[in-house]
Design a protein around this ligand. Sequence first.
Ligand code: CP
Ligand code: NVA
Length: 330
Amino acid sequence: MHTKRDFLGFSSLDAGKIIELFDYSLYIKNKRKESSSASGFLPLRDKTVAMIFSKPSLRTRVSFELGIHELGGYSITLDGQSIGLGTRESVEDIARLLARYNDAIVARLHEHAVIEGLAEHASIPVVNALTDLSHPCQVLADAFTLYEKSLWREGIKVVFVGDGNNVANSWIELAALLPFHFVLACPEGYTPNQELLNAAREKGISQIEIMHDPIEAVANADVLYTDVWTSMGREDEMAERLQIFKPFQINSALLAAAKPSAVVMHCMPAHRGQEISAEVMDGPQSIILDQAENRLHVQKALLVKLLNHEEYRKFHLTHRLLNAAKKIKA
Ligand code: CP
Ligand code: NVA
């Protein structure tokens, strides 16, 4: 029986499935060096994906559109306001209607409950491309970036410096599945979603700390991570946030308080001089553009997993067989 697979957050995955997805992302990334049409690798051939954007985007939109095209599929990008999601038409009708035309929905929305509504009423997979609550595609690509650089090791300490926002929430969701040490250094009153935090702590897989002193937080850190101080939709708080978040900038002094080998990450868009200084953003420890590029590879892998599970399974079976054969030989 075909089961519909959504990707609204990390709860649909487990540690093993994440590693599988990373291995497939590596395969997809290497495969890109050959042209897909020349290699005949078009696992999304004849598939169409409807993308709804109710907030601005550069990376997410480009990486999804390009990724779908490279895998042989077709994408249609819709503006959330103009289709009137929940205003001109109900979320339920839009979900059902899009499922008649398309094979998947990718959506960037305000309220997380709306994407849950889409997933509930669409018979096709729904992917969270950012909501006020979470940004799992981003954090999947971030963790993959550390994995492919062989930086992901036991007890890796990731310190998110800034707002307890959607990206921080997704890191916390990830910490419920993969073991690492996650620290959020945020101003008082800018803590992450309490439910996600409680749930991740209850799992007991990772050490998760919320701190308010950035210098103390980054001690012995392997990764310093940041994001904008004002997320989309909260623009009216910008002036106040600019003042409150001032001590939470990733700059040379803060970086010097981490491990000398620490890398710096940012999901972008970035504001040099606010959450990150220009010298750190553009410095040798920054792996920010690698993260952004990896959105493409990881999302392509995710779409194959969701839309062509046979192809995805075939890869893993072959991979396992080859590994087993290698062990026998050794
Ligand atoms: N990081 C990220 O999601 O970028 P966009 O908002 O430009 O898509
Ligand atoms: N926290 C940011 C992420 C942008 C990719 C926002 O929601 O605006």
